[in-house]
Write a protein that binds this ligand. Structure first.
Ligand code: GDP
Length: 327
């Protein structure tokens, strides 16, 4: 096998020098699922060293159309104007199924895409959610080594991907729209458990008043859910389109970090690493199961036996596991 034309140490030096082409190549390397690339990626990450808690990692989620890319464009350009360097990554569960990638698309963030202090990377176009999460976590390390001090990770409001992103960031921001009356029903319960800050977006024009009352209502409901001393996610309003309230959202994100304290943040990140370790192991085992020749041999037979009622599920599972262990 030809050795890929990559020298991890050289690439790491380019990343640290903030060379955009090197950053881009480094992310392509960590996104690769090829075994030889994974070895090189590990070398690269080792030469990059560990990140510092001064990097601010924020997850941003909400249903399609809630205004995520417009909001990230507004927040990102606001932050770069303040001297921050901003990286944007995406976890797009639809890309896992379709191989296409939508989130983090540069054409959706026209101004930020040409900002020299910003780096936008669309969602990796294939793989399992675990594989995409691995790529995203490592891309985050690359961006932090290239002195991007704010990393925004965008994801669509569909279950597992949000939990995955929440497990990689310091603060999870949930964007929603004003729907007075059915606020809580309109938001999946799991989201409320992982959201650290909630913003009712598109609070502009005729919708401003509606957004404000929706935010008040939601904030009140959340205070009831969260106990004293616990972080109750603040609910604010904003408009990514006009920029109104975007700075306030950012202050709430910083407020959440302050609440965590440096020690709390370090503990949170360490625990995330441990959870992530096991998630990667589970993902890899799942892949091996899919690739296993032994399993492939019994697959059809077991399928037919279970469908016809000849074989019960627990016995079928034992058969498959035995075929897997045979190797
Ligand atoms: P995403 O799918 O969550 O990334 O949403 P987009 O940012 O692509 O926005 C979806 C649509 O909503 C677009 O037509 C935007 O122009 C519009 N939009 C986004 N943000 C706002 C906002 O703050 N106010 C208003 N009125 N429209 C917005």
């Amino acid at each position: 096998m030809a050795r890929p034309q990559v020298d991890p140490a050289e690439l790491a030096a380019g990343v640290r020098e903030r060379n955009r082409a090197a950053v881009s190549r480094a992310i392509t390397l960590v996104e690769s699922s090829k075994v030889e690339h994974r070895v090189l990626a590990r070398e690269l990450l080792a030469s990059l060293g560990s990140s510092t808690p001064s990097c601010i990692r924020v997850g941003i989620s909400g249903v399609p159309g809630v205004g995520k890319s417009t909001f990230i464009e507004a927040l990102g350009t606001h932050l770069t104007s303040q001297g921050h360097r901003v990286g944007v990554l995406a976890v797009d569960p639809s890309s896992v199924r379709t191989g296409g990638s939508v989130l983090g698309d540069k054409t959706r963030m026209a101004r930020l895409a040409v900002d020299p202090d910003a780096f936008i990377r669309p969602s990796p176009a294939a793989g399992t959610l675990g594989g995409v999460a691995r790529a995203t976590a490592q891309a985050m390390a690359v961006l932090e080594a290239a002195s991007y001090d704010v990393v925004l990770v965008e994801t669509v409001g569909v279950g597992q991907s949000e939990v995955t992103v929440a497990g990689m960031v310091d603060t999870f921001l949930f964007l929603t729209l004003a729907r007075t009356g059915d606020q809580l029903q309109g938001i999946k319960k799991g989201i409320l458990e992982i959201a650290d800050v909630i913003a009712v977006n598109k609070a502009d024009g005729d919708r401003e008043g509606e957004a404000r009352s929706a935010a008040r209502e939601l904030a009140g409901a959340l205070r009831l859910v969260h106990g004293k001393g616990e972080w109750a996610p603040p609910v604010v309003t904003c408009s990514g389109l006009t920029g109104t309230g975007v700075e306030d959202v950012w202050q709430r994100v910083l407020g959440h970090r302050e609440h965590l304290t440096l020690d709390g943040l370090a503990t949170k990140r360490a625990e995330q690493q441990l959870d992530f370790t096991w998630a990667l192991v589970r993902d890899e085992l799942d892949q091996r199961l899919r690739r296993s020749a032994g399993v492939a041999r019994v697959r059809q037979e077991v399928r037919a036996a279970v469908l016809s009622g000849e074989l019960a599920a627990p016995a079928a599972a034992d058969l498959i596991l035995a075929a897997y262990d045979e190797r």
